[in-house]
Design a protein around this ligand. Structure first.
Ligand SMILES: Cc1cc2nc3c(=O)[nH]c(=O)nc-3n(C[C@H](O)[C@H](O)[C@H](O)COP(=O)(O)O)c2cc1C
Length: 155
């Protein structure tokens, strides 16, 4: 399967998980590509206003993993903006991945994930898997491994 991993990562955590996932998917015989959503500017993790710069097209992929991070108990504004403007996801298998700093999903991840799923479904996607990774040191390795496991068995 041709799988796109469409990610915004401002400080590198989400990208790191996506790279692990990409390697796993390729190991399973899929084609997997990381396609980054970026914003113009100086790379600040939390700019007040922003313009999208790289806006990946999901159309060529048979399945897509959307990946972003938790911002103030919500889906990060960059992925909100991206998903608002993206092409139809009708007929595509979609998985959603989030990273957060706090240790437990109820500390922002669950709410952000709900928002991400709603936005993907509004574009016609079928959600096949979800995962939340905590960047807290005590939970990072375990939640990363679980996310890669969970998301790689959905395609
Ligand atoms: C403005 C801002 C708000 C954040 N809010 C939350 C939050 O509500 N809950 C949480 O667990 N982490 C929060 N974080 C931490 C990020 O979600 C976390 O560091 C994430 O892994 C960053 O992903 P990235 O390195 O791919 O950009 C916040 C970070 C920023 C910059």
């Amino acid at each position: 399967m041709n799988i796109g991993i469409i990610v915004n990562s401002q400080t590198g955590h989400t990208l790191e998980v996506c790279e692990m996932l990409k390697d796993r998917l390729i190991g399973q015989g899929h084609a997997a590509t990381i396609d980054r959503v970026t914003i113009a500017g100086d790379g600040s993790p939390n700019p007040k206003t922003f313009q999208l710069e790289k806006v990946p097209d999901p159309s060529p992929y048979e399945a897509v993993v959307f990946a972003g991070w938790v911002e103030a108990f919500s889906l990060c504004r960059i992925m909100v903006r991206y998903l608002e403007g993206t092409a139809s996801l009708s007929g595509k298998k979609v998985a959603c991945l989030l990273t957060q700093q706090f240790p437990f999903p109820w500390m922002g991840g669950n709410r952000a994930l709900k928002q991400m799923k709603q936005r993907c479904r509004a574009k016609g996607a079928t959600i096949v898997g979800t995962a939340i990774v905590s960047w807290a040191k005590s939970r990072r390795d375990g939640t990363m491994a679980a996310a890669v496991e969970e998301l790689s068995r959905n395609f």
